[in-house]
Design a protein around this ligand. Sequence first.
Ligand code: SAH
Ligand code: DHB
Ligand code: MG
Length: 223
Amino acid sequence: MDQARWTEVDRYFDDLLVPADPVLDAALADSAAAGLPTIQISPSQGKFLHVLAVLVGARHILEIGTLGGYSTIWLARGLSAGGRLVTLEAQERHARVAKANIARAGLSDMVEVRLGPALETLPILAGEKRPPFDLIFIDADKPATADYFNWAVSLARPGGLIVVDNVVRKGGVADAASQEPEIIGMRRFAATMAADKRVTAAALQTVGSKGYDGFAVAVVKKQ
Ligand code: SAH
Ligand code: DHB
Ligand code: MG
Protein backbone atom coordinates (compact mmCIF):
# COMPACT_ATOMS: atom_id res chain seq x y z
CA MET A 1 0.00 0.00 0.00
CA ASP A 2 1.58 3.22 -1.11
CA GLN A 3 0.97 6.76 -2.26
CA ALA A 4 0.27 5.71 -5.89
CA ARG A 5 -2.55 3.42 -4.73
CA TRP A 6 -3.99 6.06 -2.36
CA THR A 7 -4.03 8.61 -5.19
CA GLU A 8 -5.63 6.09 -7.58
CA VAL A 9 -8.42 5.39 -5.09
CA ASP A 10 -9.00 9.11 -4.49
CA ARG A 11 -9.28 9.52 -8.28
CA TYR A 12 -11.81 6.67 -8.40
CA PHE A 13 -14.03 8.23 -5.73
CA ASP A 14 -13.54 11.77 -7.05
CA ASP A 15 -14.78 10.63 -10.48
CA LEU A 16 -17.92 9.28 -8.81
CA LEU A 17 -18.56 11.84 -6.08
CA VAL A 18 -16.83 15.11 -6.96
CA PRO A 19 -18.27 16.51 -10.20
CA ALA A 20 -15.98 18.49 -12.51
CA ASP A 21 -16.01 22.01 -11.16
CA PRO A 22 -14.46 24.94 -13.08
CA VAL A 23 -14.73 27.25 -10.04
CA LEU A 24 -12.75 24.92 -7.77
CA ASP A 25 -10.26 24.14 -10.56
CA ALA A 26 -9.71 27.87 -11.10
CA ALA A 27 -9.27 28.44 -7.36
CA LEU A 28 -6.49 25.83 -7.31
CA ALA A 29 -4.89 27.17 -10.51
CA ASP A 30 -4.88 30.79 -9.32
CA SER A 31 -3.60 29.80 -5.87
CA ALA A 32 -0.70 27.95 -7.50
CA ALA A 33 -0.06 30.80 -9.95
CA ALA A 34 0.15 33.22 -7.00
CA GLY A 35 2.78 30.99 -5.41
CA LEU A 36 0.66 29.79 -2.49
CA PRO A 37 1.77 26.44 -1.03
CA THR A 38 -0.31 23.51 -2.35
CA ILE A 39 -1.36 22.35 1.11
CA GLN A 40 -5.12 22.67 0.71
CA ILE A 41 -7.33 19.70 1.52
CA SER A 42 -7.94 17.16 -1.25
CA PRO A 43 -11.14 17.15 -3.35
CA SER A 44 -12.55 14.17 -1.45
CA GLN A 45 -11.74 15.85 1.87
CA GLY A 46 -13.47 18.99 0.59
CA LYS A 47 -16.55 16.96 -0.27
CA PHE A 48 -16.36 15.36 3.17
CA LEU A 49 -16.34 18.77 4.90
CA HIS A 50 -19.21 19.82 2.66
CA VAL A 51 -21.20 16.77 3.78
CA LEU A 52 -20.49 17.62 7.43
CA ALA A 53 -21.73 21.20 6.90
CA VAL A 54 -24.95 19.86 5.35
CA LEU A 55 -25.27 17.28 8.15
CA VAL A 56 -25.19 19.87 10.92
CA GLY A 57 -27.45 22.23 8.95
CA ALA A 58 -24.79 24.88 9.33
CA ARG A 59 -25.91 28.50 9.30
CA HIS A 60 -22.73 29.80 10.93
CA ILE A 61 -19.32 28.37 10.03
CA LEU A 62 -15.91 29.49 11.26
CA GLU A 63 -12.68 28.49 9.51
CA ILE A 64 -9.21 29.14 10.93
CA GLY A 65 -6.63 29.04 8.09
CA THR A 66 -8.00 30.16 4.68
CA LEU A 67 -5.03 29.80 2.28
CA GLY A 68 -6.58 30.32 -1.21
CA GLY A 69 -10.11 29.60 -0.05
CA TYR A 70 -10.41 26.06 -1.43
CA SER A 71 -11.77 24.50 1.78
CA THR A 72 -13.73 27.74 2.34
CA ILE A 73 -15.65 27.22 -0.92
CA TRP A 74 -16.45 23.59 -0.07
CA LEU A 75 -17.72 24.57 3.38
CA ALA A 76 -19.64 27.67 2.25
CA ARG A 77 -21.47 25.63 -0.38
CA GLY A 78 -22.79 23.51 2.49
CA LEU A 79 -24.33 26.48 4.34
CA SER A 80 -28.07 26.40 4.77
CA ALA A 81 -30.18 29.29 3.46
CA GLY A 82 -29.08 32.64 4.84
CA GLY A 83 -25.93 31.13 6.32
CA ARG A 84 -22.59 32.88 6.81
CA LEU A 85 -18.97 31.79 6.99
CA VAL A 86 -16.08 33.67 8.61
CA THR A 87 -12.54 32.57 7.69
CA LEU A 88 -9.37 33.77 9.43
CA GLU A 89 -6.07 34.21 7.58
CA ALA A 90 -2.78 35.76 8.71
CA GLN A 91 -1.16 36.32 5.30
CA GLU A 92 -2.36 39.28 3.24
CA ARG A 93 -1.43 37.57 -0.05
CA HIS A 94 -3.36 34.41 0.85
CA ALA A 95 -6.40 36.47 1.88
CA ARG A 96 -6.29 38.42 -1.40
CA VAL A 97 -6.18 35.27 -3.53
CA ALA A 98 -8.91 33.69 -1.40
CA LYS A 99 -11.22 36.69 -1.81
CA ALA A 100 -10.90 36.50 -5.60
CA ASN A 101 -11.57 32.75 -5.58
CA ILE A 102 -14.57 33.20 -3.28
CA ALA A 103 -15.93 35.98 -5.51
CA ARG A 104 -15.64 33.78 -8.61
CA ALA A 105 -17.56 31.10 -6.71
CA GLY A 106 -20.37 33.62 -6.16
CA LEU A 107 -19.94 33.37 -2.39
CA SER A 108 -18.75 36.88 -1.47
CA ASP A 109 -22.06 37.78 0.18
CA MET A 110 -21.87 34.75 2.50
CA VAL A 111 -18.14 34.67 3.24
CA GLU A 112 -16.02 37.13 5.22
CA VAL A 113 -12.23 36.78 5.05
CA ARG A 114 -10.63 38.35 8.13
CA LEU A 115 -6.96 39.26 7.89
CA GLY A 116 -4.69 38.87 10.90
CA PRO A 117 -3.13 36.27 13.18
CA ALA A 118 -6.00 34.15 14.48
CA LEU A 119 -4.94 34.57 18.11
CA GLU A 120 -5.62 38.30 17.56
CA THR A 121 -8.80 38.01 15.47
CA LEU A 122 -10.45 35.29 17.59
CA PRO A 123 -10.79 37.49 20.73
CA ILE A 124 -12.27 40.25 18.53
CA LEU A 125 -14.74 37.77 17.03
CA ALA A 126 -15.65 36.52 20.53
CA GLY A 127 -16.36 40.09 21.62
CA GLU A 128 -18.90 40.67 18.84
CA LYS A 129 -22.60 40.09 19.18
CA ARG A 130 -23.09 37.12 16.88
CA PRO A 131 -24.70 33.70 17.02
CA PRO A 132 -22.48 30.79 18.06
CA PHE A 133 -20.98 28.67 15.29
CA ASP A 134 -22.50 25.37 14.16
CA LEU A 135 -19.26 24.15 12.57
CA ILE A 136 -15.64 25.21 13.08
CA PHE A 137 -12.77 23.98 10.87
CA ILE A 138 -9.26 24.42 12.32
CA ASP A 139 -6.47 24.28 9.70
CA ALA A 140 -3.85 26.98 10.38
CA ASP A 141 -0.40 26.95 12.02
CA LYS A 142 -0.16 23.61 13.80
CA PRO A 143 1.69 24.66 17.01
CA ALA A 144 -1.28 26.86 18.01
CA THR A 145 -3.96 24.23 17.30
CA ALA A 146 -4.69 23.63 21.01
CA ASP A 147 -5.30 27.36 21.50
CA TYR A 148 -7.59 27.48 18.45
CA PHE A 149 -9.44 24.48 19.83
CA ASN A 150 -10.07 26.26 23.16
CA TRP A 151 -11.44 29.27 21.27
CA ALA A 152 -13.54 26.97 19.10
CA VAL A 153 -15.19 25.27 22.07
CA SER A 154 -16.20 28.64 23.50
CA LEU A 155 -17.45 29.94 20.12
CA ALA A 156 -19.48 26.83 19.14
CA ARG A 157 -23.12 26.22 19.99
CA PRO A 158 -24.09 23.22 22.13
CA GLY A 159 -24.12 20.36 19.64
CA GLY A 160 -21.70 22.27 17.42
CA LEU A 161 -19.00 20.39 15.51
CA ILE A 162 -15.27 21.15 15.56
CA VAL A 163 -13.10 19.56 12.83
CA VAL A 164 -9.29 19.73 12.96
CA ASP A 165 -7.05 18.94 9.97
CA ASN A 166 -3.58 17.36 9.94
CA VAL A 167 -3.73 15.64 13.31
CA VAL A 168 -1.67 12.59 12.22
CA ARG A 169 1.25 14.08 10.25
CA LYS A 170 2.40 10.84 8.58
CA GLY A 171 2.06 9.07 11.94
CA GLY A 172 4.37 11.50 13.71
CA VAL A 173 1.69 12.32 16.26
CA ALA A 174 2.39 9.00 18.02
CA ASP A 175 6.06 9.94 18.53
CA ALA A 176 6.35 11.37 22.06
CA ALA A 177 10.04 12.16 21.45
CA SER A 178 9.48 14.24 18.29
CA GLN A 179 11.18 17.63 18.24
CA GLU A 180 9.06 18.94 15.32
CA PRO A 181 7.01 21.95 16.41
CA GLU A 182 4.06 20.71 14.32
CA ILE A 183 4.07 17.28 16.00
CA ILE A 184 4.56 18.77 19.46
CA GLY A 185 1.67 21.13 18.65
CA MET A 186 -0.63 18.34 17.53
CA ARG A 187 0.19 16.27 20.62
CA ARG A 188 -0.60 19.27 22.82
CA PHE A 189 -3.87 19.69 20.91
CA ALA A 190 -4.78 15.99 21.27
CA ALA A 191 -4.15 16.10 25.03
CA THR A 192 -6.15 19.32 25.33
CA MET A 193 -9.10 17.88 23.41
CA ALA A 194 -8.99 14.63 25.39
CA ALA A 195 -9.04 16.47 28.72
CA ASP A 196 -11.87 18.85 27.77
CA LYS A 197 -15.06 17.68 29.52
CA ARG A 198 -17.20 20.02 27.36
CA VAL A 199 -16.70 17.86 24.24
CA THR A 200 -16.87 14.28 23.08
CA ALA A 201 -14.19 13.64 20.50
CA ALA A 202 -12.58 11.19 18.08
CA ALA A 203 -9.57 11.16 15.76
CA LEU A 204 -9.37 9.30 12.45
CA GLN A 205 -6.35 8.50 10.26
CA THR A 206 -6.71 9.11 6.52
CA VAL A 207 -4.76 8.28 3.37
CA GLY A 208 -5.33 9.76 -0.09
CA SER A 209 -3.88 12.04 -2.73
CA LYS A 210 -2.51 14.28 0.05
CA GLY A 211 -0.67 11.41 1.75
CA TYR A 212 -1.12 10.02 5.26
CA ASP A 213 -2.76 12.33 7.78
CA GLY A 214 -6.02 12.60 9.69
CA PHE A 215 -8.89 14.58 11.13
CA ALA A 216 -10.10 15.07 14.67
CA VAL A 217 -13.78 15.73 15.28
CA ALA A 218 -15.28 17.01 18.52
CA VAL A 219 -18.90 17.76 19.31
CA VAL A 220 -19.74 20.25 22.07
CA LYS A 221 -21.99 18.49 24.59
CA LYS A 222 -25.52 19.78 24.96
CA GLN A 223 -25.96 19.79 28.76
N1 SAH B 1 -7.85 25.43 4.90
C1 SAH B 1 -7.04 25.60 3.68
C2 SAH B 1 -5.58 25.36 3.96
C3 SAH B 1 -5.00 26.23 5.03
S1 SAH B 1 -3.22 26.17 5.03
C4 SAH B 1 -7.54 24.60 2.64
O1 SAH B 1 -7.58 23.41 2.96
O2 SAH B 1 -7.88 25.01 1.52
C5 SAH B 1 -2.91 27.06 6.49
C6 SAH B 1 -3.20 28.57 6.40
O3 SAH B 1 -3.13 29.10 7.73
C7 SAH B 1 -2.17 29.33 5.56
O4 SAH B 1 -2.82 30.14 4.60
C8 SAH B 1 -1.47 30.21 6.57
O5 SAH B 1 -1.07 31.48 6.09
C9 SAH B 1 -2.53 30.37 7.64
N2 SAH B 1 -2.00 30.74 8.95
C10 SAH B 1 -0.80 30.42 9.49
N3 SAH B 1 -0.66 30.95 10.70
C11 SAH B 1 -1.81 31.62 10.95
C12 SAH B 1 -2.27 32.40 12.05
N4 SAH B 1 -1.53 32.60 13.14
N5 SAH B 1 -3.51 32.94 11.97
C13 SAH B 1 -4.29 32.74 10.87
N6 SAH B 1 -3.88 32.03 9.81
C14 SAH B 1 -2.67 31.48 9.84
C1 DHB C 1 0.51 20.86 5.36
C2 DHB C 1 -0.74 20.33 5.07
C3 DHB C 1 -1.88 20.95 5.53
O1 DHB C 1 -3.13 20.45 5.28
C4 DHB C 1 -1.79 22.11 6.27
O2 DHB C 1 -2.95 22.66 6.69
C5 DHB C 1 -0.57 22.65 6.58
C6 DHB C 1 0.60 22.03 6.11
C7 DHB C 1 1.72 20.18 4.87
O3 DHB C 1 1.58 19.21 4.14
O4 DHB C 1 2.81 20.64 5.20
MG1 MG D 1 -4.59 21.28 6.49
